[in-house]
Ligand binder design. Sequence first.
Ligand SMILES: [Zn+2]
Length: 141
Amino acid sequence: MNIQRDGPVIKIKVLGRSSGSRTLIVNSKEIAIHLNRDPDGISKFFGYLLGTLSYYKKEEEQIYLYGMYTFDNLTEVLNNFTDQFVQCGDCLSLVTEEFISSNTIAFICRNCGKTTLCDPQHKYVQFRIRSIKRIIRLVLL
Ligand SMILES: [Zn+2]
């Protein structure tokens, strides 16, 4: 069972059949903006949880997932992402901001001010740290 949260509902499109199929999250950018998270990172989270290859295609503003997935599959993954990496553990607000904190990432709640530290072992966290550090290096050059 999926709890429908406020905010955009996932819109999907399946391309191709069987082994060559891809599932697209058509409104990836809208979802990323709503959650205030990087769409690249969200695409990787989907890939890790579903055990498939995934990427965010910037020009199309869509997440591509290898394989066929249903609306329910993807809504569950998105809810899981929101629970772990977006929603404030204290006041349940979704208005939070991600940042690097020593060896992990954390997010601060804009509603109550609480900081939540994320599990540094999670692949999503490791991916985000690498991407953020890459961006910092580019800015410093
Ligand atoms: Zn809060």
